[in-house]
Design a binder for this molecule. Sequence first.
Ligand code: NAP
Ligand code: MG
Length: 481
Amino acid sequence: MTKLNLIAGEWLAGESEIENLNPSDVTDLVGIFAQASHSQLQATLAKARSAQAEWANFGLERKQAVLMNIGNELMSRAEELGRLLSREEGKPLVEGKGEIYRAGQFFTYYAAECLRQIGENADSVRDGVEIDVRREPVGVVAIISPWNFPTATASWKIAPALCYGNAVVWKPANSTPASAVALTEIIERQDIPTGLFSLVMGSGSSIGQRLVESPIVNAISFTGSVPVGKGIAAAAIENLTKVQMEMGSKNALAVMDDADLDLAVTLALGGAFGGTGQKCTASSRLIVHDFVHDAFVEKLVAGAKAIKVGHALHDDIQMGPVVSNEQLQENLAYVDLGKSEGAELACGGARLEMPHEGFYMSPGIFVNSGNEMRINREEMFAPLASVIRVGSYDEALAVVNDTNFGLTSGIVTQSLARSTHFRRNARTGVVTVNLPTAGTDYHVPFGGRGDSSYGPREQGKAAAEFYTTVKTAYISAGAPK
Ligand code: NAP
Ligand code: MG
């Protein structure tokens, strides 16, 4: 049965449908999903505006309870919903379950934040006048999310949007609609005004584009690629719509001559191949000090070769397929490009045949690569990493910072002086020391610099900046009579 969109509070069939196939086994049809029409989008946007006004007047405990219920349900159903997520996206079951649980934690965190919305007050510079400064909802928020963390990314946007009193119109990635419907079903059952939350599945270029062009939308939160982000920013500026964007990156892990090599290899493998390398925080550039280079590469290649690739829902695997055939072809083209640029493929990077037809490739490692090569400048979003050899800490830092992106970076070292210098001088929004470049917490800001991010930070208390607007009230009460 076709899964429907949530339009102005009603589950409705669309103007067309898409099939969603399991990338681990394309004979497994995950489901059929409605594609919203432009008129449905307009109807749901109009309803969102009035529902938002109602929701903003709900008491804080009522809002808190809604968020708490959503979070608790996600966490308690992590096994079931994680399986669905892994089935449609292709990440190993353990990662799928972990993602759903984490998504739940975003909701419970923002449930608590509901009660912590406290403004400021001040005396005026004028006699007898008081000032009250408070944050109000920004209004109707458009959320556009990617397929690689379909539930977590959407949740770290939806939870603060609702917490701070906004309506949400959500356009999830068409590659992962099943996770989107599952989350929407949970949200729709809560004590919220009809039409406060909408699901508009459809292609980005059609329904997504219309959504970001709408003058009814007050704010757009987007996670995806740089070219799409630039187009969204251009559309947003037409209506002076507030915009927040998290985009790609080319994250570097610097391995120093004093590093614990086993730790460094574990961090590099997890950072490069977790989520099949399809993470905006993936360690795709491994910048390694000459002194440990050969020993590191030997262990790294052995580790990559030992990674068991297979069906995402099978217990004994460590890496699933890539998300689609299109992605697989792009990845294989990058492998050819890397070789033609003069990098040496030390292992992997090839299509894998399995008993079931899916989009499998082996984790690939380039060595003898230069930071100027396209494989080290463009986000591949693939299970591919390149080793770049450097002669000193200073050179490592320079290479880390020589990129158009700036989401995360990490250093593996036992030196306090170097790690401190790195923390202060790496030009990324997130820096890690003796930890992977991927994997962040929910109660602190997340975002990057350069082409990686635009607009206010996401997550933690920082999210309030985007999902609210500040009002400054001046009050002259006069003398009591
Ligand atoms: P994408 O192609 O940019 O798509 C992201 C979302 O935007 C999808 O929902 C897509 O819809 C939609 N979209 C496409 N064109 C649109 C348009 N003209 N107007 C409005 N919406 C539009 O990215 P992706 O391939 O899904 O995801 C991979 C990218 O996301 C990578 O570059 C990765 O680095 C980035 N990412 C960044 C972060 C971060 O926090 N920095 C996190 C995760 C992923 P359809 O796909 O359904 O057409
Ligand atoms: Mg896409």
